[in-house]
Design a protein around this ligand. Sequence first.
Ligand code: ZN
Length: 206
Amino acid sequence: MILMYHHVGPTVKGGNWVSAEKFDRDLKAIAAAGKRVVPLARYASPAEQVVLTFDDGNRDILEFAAPRMAGLGFPFELFLVGRRFGQGGGERGNWLSERDVAAVRGCGGRLQYHSWTHADLTLVADDALEAEIGPPESLAALDPEGFEFFAYPFCRYDERILRLVRKRYRGAVSGKGLGRENEAYAMDRVKVTEDRMLFQHDRKSV
Ligand SMILES: [Zn+2]
């Protein structure tokens, strides 16, 4: 199972947020269920393995999620948005910097890509697509072992996008049921929310 997070923080500020307390419970639930946390590059068994992914490059991941995963020796994947990277705080977010991602890597995180602008790529013209999908050299240089996987913004993709992603990447992740677990360029993910318990047999379990 591939889990998708966006924000982890002291308080829940919206549907893309999970509290640090809930995140702790998720990590314990993964260990208690006997699942092994692996990097996406080594993901082979949805039944036995879990991959932890974080989209957009929010700074709270460094503060509230990365140290918790490092403490347990859990690797994780961070999907960065090129144009936001290094932009610091602002009205619409607080993005990781170059120094931050070095710290993230020190905690066992690997850097991956999530497009240049986070546009819905199915609406982007053909001649602008390549610049959305390939990471700039300067960014790719920050993790020589990373940038092997792509996360589609809004989990949306079409044949044009798939063609370019296949050329540049080893695989890609989707979500929202728009992909299939075993499809290398549309690996499905489960979005984790504050009230969704992992691995428990109730209606909200995943
Ligand atoms: Zn995103």
